[in-house]
Design a protein around this ligand. Structure first.
Ligand SMILES: *[C@@H]1O[C@H](CO)[C@@H](O)[C@H](O)[C@H]1NC(C)=O
Ligand SMILES: *[C@@H]1O[C@H](CO)[C@@H](O)[C@H](O)[C@H]1NC(C)=O
Ligand SMILES: *[C@@H]1O[C@H](CO)[C@@H](O)[C@H](O)[C@H]1NC(C)=O
Ligand SMILES: *[C@@H]1O[C@H](CO)[C@@H](O)[C@H](O)[C@H]1NC(C)=O
Ligand SMILES: *[C@@H]1O[C@H](CO)[C@@H](O)[C@H](O)[C@H]1NC(C)=O
Ligand SMILES: *[C@@H]1O[C@H](CO)[C@@H](O)[C@H](O)[C@H]1NC(C)=O
Ligand SMILES: *[C@@H]1O[C@H](CO)[C@@H](O)[C@H](O)[C@H]1NC(C)=O
Ligand SMILES: *[C@@H]1O[C@H](CO)[C@@H](O)[C@H](O)[C@H]1NC(C)=O
Ligand SMILES: *[C@@H]1O[C@H](CO)[C@@H](O)[C@H](O)[C@H]1NC(C)=O
Length: 595
């Protein structure tokens, strides 16, 4: 390939097929006061190069100084805190669950393996930590792909693959799956992995992956009880996903703003707590939803959870940027937050148990406000069952879910440059009681969510800056031992710029600042924890007469976690190009404990 396209079209990336279905232009719920000059939004839509094609990246690679032409595999990594079993645990007992090469797998059935609980799990041993390890490599040319891992229909892991380099890449994910202990110990089930990859003359990268389960056990009797901050895993986990056979992942595919995807589940009559854990990822026209212009339904998205048609919770997702997003070089070797291991979101359904304890099937559905094609959404329903009673009883005391509030306003400075601003907010709350052998306990679930996004086009249309914040307060209150307060803050700033005013030399600049900030505080001795995980990254590609003449990029990340029960982890890492220049980590909790 000779020229370097300034306006690389959005790549297949995570696309399901080569043809992109036309996106709906139905105005979203959010577009309440919608004033817009058409010349403005067509210009805002113009800087569309949010993805470089894998071929573009190969061209950049070839233009790098020789020392970067690694023959050996490069390791990419996502910064996360290491998983350590509680003191005195035995193990690990490791089992290879699946080993597969994903070549032409798009629109083919998921790869499956028969799962039976590892023999070390027999005898009702108490799991203190379960870790699912995904380890994969790939070489050649390939896009990033989304994949999911399901056990008995319940999702255990969702991730984006790394984009390979000519000399190959490797990466691994270690995910704490202790909360799925009941699923791991239950009887035989089907393990399914879907990774939709495409192989052709150009995109020849095959993903080789191994999936391994590592189990650690609590030693009998003598050992201290589990840490107060680790509530006991659910007794039963029901999948809220699509069933095999499928030529796709088990996720529902939400295609537009009116699409509601649902299934029916029946809850055992002796449940006393229910939590819906939601997995979500955005693709195609909505991969970069936070940059979407008003004619693309604007930049606000939320996943609503519906129980028998009522909105009982909302997920305002963290904007995961896949490894191929914005400029793939930015995410090498340190990948973007959440990209190898996407976050999940819990909706407390306990207040609604009164409705669900009738042993009948109830409909659990998902919609995405303002959605364009496509969102992959499914969930796991975690249920805690009363060991001493065959039935429990419950009642909904109050439920309030007013409509989403929000607006988009815009103004144009001169027809090309301009800005628009979108805001949204939502409150949801529900209170209900559940009477079991543990007593008659009232639980409140309350969400207070707010969103703001500005999109500014400047420099005669050649620069665009997006600044977004999501704030999500979630409270589980009442008399329950699992009461907790959770605050999420997801700041995101993206700058896309270039100087391309008719000279033979051009620069393409990208800057991303993104953060996953979380604080939790629990009732009943659960303690508090805080996490600030923040990245600042920049990339610059220099073109000479439309040929790549050079590229540079850098990343700085600080991951700072502290918990009142003593756990902590600090990582401070800087990379320039493929080189990690500075990498400091500390799990000693300093002198003062947590920060
Ligand atoms: C998967 O496991 C096999 C067998 O142990 C090993 O040869 C292969 O290198 C592993 N692949 C990856 C990607 O770790
Ligand atoms: C579970 O699978 C194992 C191995 O495939 C088999 O030996 C066993 O009989 C199965 N158990 C049940 C309950 O189906
Ligand atoms: C939205 O998606 C659903 C599910 O695919 C489809 O049935 C419906 O026709 C779509 N609606 C619009 C307005 O495109
Ligand atoms: C949500 O509740 C807070 C106070 O709890 C209130 O200030 C805010 O206006 C409410 N927002 C909406 C959209 O109802
Ligand atoms: C549980 O408590 C609620 C409110 O305090 C009450 O309305 C309900 O009748 C009680 N249920 C039982 C079974 O005692
Ligand atoms: C701004 O861009 C337009 C078209 O893209 C061009 O005609 C005009 O000359 C540019 N103005 C300046 C000041 O560069
Ligand atoms: C983004 O907006 C927030 C809130 O208005 C502001 O505090 C922050 O400085 C902005 N970030 C950048 C990089 O401009
Ligand atoms: C654009 O940036 C390149 C590289 O820094 C520089 O050589 C060139 O002069 C710049 N062009 C303009 C028009 O500013
Ligand atoms: C990270 O390391 C750099 C270089 O030593 C230092 O300047 C910075 O203060 C550190 N940041 C944190 C949060 O520790």
């Amino acid at each position: 390939m000779n020229g370097f396209p300034l306006n690389s079209q959005p790549s297949p990336g995570h696309n399901r097929a080569r043809t992109m279905p036309t996106s709906s232009s139905v105005p979203g719920l959010l577009l309440l006061c919608f004033t817009l000059l058409s010349s403005f939004h067509s210009s805002v839509a113009r800087p569309h190069y949010h993805r470089l094609s894998a071929q573009d990246v190969a061209t950049v690679e070839a233009a790098l100084p020789a020392r970067h032409h690694a023959k050996a595999k490069t390791t990419f990594f996502e910064v996360d805190r290491p998983l350590r079993p509680p003191r005195g645990s035995s193990g690990p007992c490791s089992t290879l669950l699946l080993s597969h090469s994903f070549a032409l797998t798009l629109t083919k059935p998921p790869v499956t393996a028969a799962y039976s609980p590892p023999s070390c799990l027999s005898g009702g041993r108490d799991v203190s930590l379960a870790v699912l390890e995904w380890r994969a490599d790939c070489h050649g040319v390939q896009y990033d792909r989304i994949f999911g891992v399901w056990l008995g229909g319940a999702e255990l892991l969702r991730g984006s693959t790394a984009e390979p380099r000519p000399g190959g890449v490797t990466w691994s994910v270690h995910k704490d799956v202790t909360k799925y202990a009941s699923l791991l110990a239950a009887g035989n089930a089907t393990l399914a992995v879907y990774l939709g990859n495409l192989i052709d003359d150009t995109y020849n990268g095959v993903y080789y992956a191994n999936l391994t389960l590592h189990l650690y056990f609590r030693r009998k009797a003598a050992q201290s009880p589990p840490a107060a901050s680790a509530p006991a895993p659910a007794d039963l986990i029901l999948p809220v996903s699509r069933s095999l056979p499928l030529d796709d992942g088990l996720w529902f595919v939400v295609q537009n703003a009116t699409d509601v995807e649902s299934t029916r589940v029946a809850v055992p009559p002796n449940a006393y707590r229910a939590v819906l854990e939601v997995y979500v990822s955005s693709h195609y026209a909505d991969e970069f939803w936070y940059m979407n212009t008003p004619d693309q339904n604007g930049p606000f998205r939320e996943v609503t959870v519906q129980l028998d048609g009522d909105v009982v919770g909302a997920v305002w997702p963290f904007p995961v940027i896949y490894t191929g997003g914005i400029n793939p070089l930015i995410w090498r070797p340190i990948t973007s937050i959440g990209s190898f291991n996407l976050p999940t979101y819990d909706i407390e359904l306990t207040p609604f148990l009164g409705r669900l304890l009738d042993s009948k099937e109830h409909e659990v559905g998902f919609a995405v406000t303002n959605a364009q094609n496509s969102w992959y959404v499914n969930a796991n329903l975690h249920l805690w069952l009363d060991p001493k009673a065959s039935t429990t009883a419950g009642g909904l005391v109050s439920y309030d879910a007013p409509k989403l509030a929000g607006s988009i306003t815009s103004h144009s400075l001169d027809g090309i440059d301009g800005e628009y601003r979108a805001t949204a907010s939502r409150n949801i709350s529900a209170t209900g009681w559940v009477s079991s052998s543990r007593g008659n306990i009232t639980t409140t679930f309350a969400q207070r969510l707010s969103f703001a996004n500005t999109n500014v086009v400047s420099s005669n249309g050649s620069a665009q800056a997006i600044n977004q914040t999501i704030d999500a307060h979630t409270e589980v209150g009442g008399g329950a031992a699992y009461a907790q307060q959770l605050h999420h803050s997801f700041p995101l700033y993206i700058f896309l710029g270039g100087n391309s005013s008719g000279t033979s030399s051009q620069r393409l600049m990208r800057r991303v600042e993104i953060g996953f900030v979380e604080s939790r505080s629990g009732g009943a001795g659960m303690g508090t924890s805080t996490l600030r995980n923040e990245q600042v990254a920049e990339a610059e590609v220099v073109l000479q007469d439309d040929q790549v003449a050079g590229a540079s990029w850098r990343m700085h990340q600080v991951y700072n976690y502290g918990a009142s029960n003593g756990g902590c982890y600090l990582r401070n890492v800087t990379s320039v190009g493929y080189d990690v220049l500075f990498d400091h980590d500390d799990a000693s909790c300093g002198g003062t404990g947590r920060r």
